[in-house]
Design a protein around this ligand. Structure first.
Ligand code: GLP
Length: 258
């Protein structure tokens, strides 16, 4: 049964044979939105995610750019999160990831790209996080937010315990998250213990939200988010407070839903 608590809405679920088909579906929705906005003379503000999950989506967007002329000239992006501390030119940074996976291959204007800065003195982080939120507001808010999901149900780096009122902030990473991301750093001791992340409140302000998940290992987190009650113990379940949130899944990630 869907959660019927006041203010919650059923999360829409779209299940595909494999990640490539799911990614193609979402890339088409994003391309349509970019083109609609362009036709209206408007910017399209996208909230971007990192991790292995969005890689097929970014590949497909690059293909649409190269083969079908999809232009990113009217696109503004805000990334969800970044490790702290980390320099933006470090191979493990989400700055580096975004340029390598997408920005370097499309015609987005560099000044329209925003990834939280993980290379600040700690005492400047709080004011920086406030200014990140203000920038998003000034850009007109996020039109479409892309998300992945952690095994513990985290979105961005909103670890369990992050409630629906959280804004962009510095957060301590769970050990499980650091272990999962150690593959990119070689050694768990090299994984930063903190990150800057948009909050759940920030994410819920987006006009449209798509969460992607691939593979059996994500099935329990997906089930708890879609079928469980909205709770800060499973941050992705708080997406039930949004009226237009869709999970784009492959068969593996959807397998506990039926
Ligand atoms: C990371 C990111 C999240 C991402 C998640 C899952 O910690 N901060 O935005 O959704 O982990 O990663 P993956 O897609 O590699 O499974």
């Amino acid at each position: 049964m869907q959660n019927t608590k006041k203010g919650t809405h059923p999360i829409q679920v779209k299940t595909f044979e494999n990640p490539q088909e799911g990614a193609a579906y979402l890339a088409k929705r994003i391309a349509d939105l970019i083109n609609e906005k362009r036709d209206e003379g408007e910017k399209c503000v996208l909230g971007m995610a990192t991790g292995s999950t969005p890689e097929p989506l970014y590949k497909e967007l690059i293909r649409l750019h190269k083969e079908q002329g999809l232009s990113f000239v009217n696109v503004i992006t805000y990334n969800l999160d970044e490790y702290f501390p980390i320099t933006s030119d470090s191979n493990q940074s989400y700055h580096y990831y975004m340029h390598r996976q997408l920005f370097d291959h499309v015609d987005i204007k560099r000044e329209n790209v925003h990834v939280p800065n993980g290379d600040l003195p700690k005492e400047e982080v709080e004011a920086y996080c406030r200014s990140y939120e203000e920038q998003i507001e000034k850009a007109g808010g996020i039109d479409l937010q892309i998300l992945g999901i952690g095994h513990n149900g985290h979105i961005g780096f909103n670890e369990p315990g992050s409630d629906e009122n959280t804004r962009t902030r510095l957060i301590d990473l769970d050990e499980r998250t650091r272990e999962a991301n150690a593959r990119n750093f070689g050694d768990i001791n090299e994984v930063p213990t903190q990150a800057i992340t948009m909050g759940i409140h920030t994410i819920l302000k987006a006009k449209e939200i798509y969460l992607m998940a691939w593979g059996d290992a994500k099935a329990p987190a997906v089930k708890n988010s879609v079928k469980g009650k909205a709770t800060k113990d499973v941050p992705a379940s708080l997406l039930q407070f949004h009226q237009n949130c869709t999970f784009v899944l492959d068969k593996g990630a959807a397998k506990e839903l039926n």
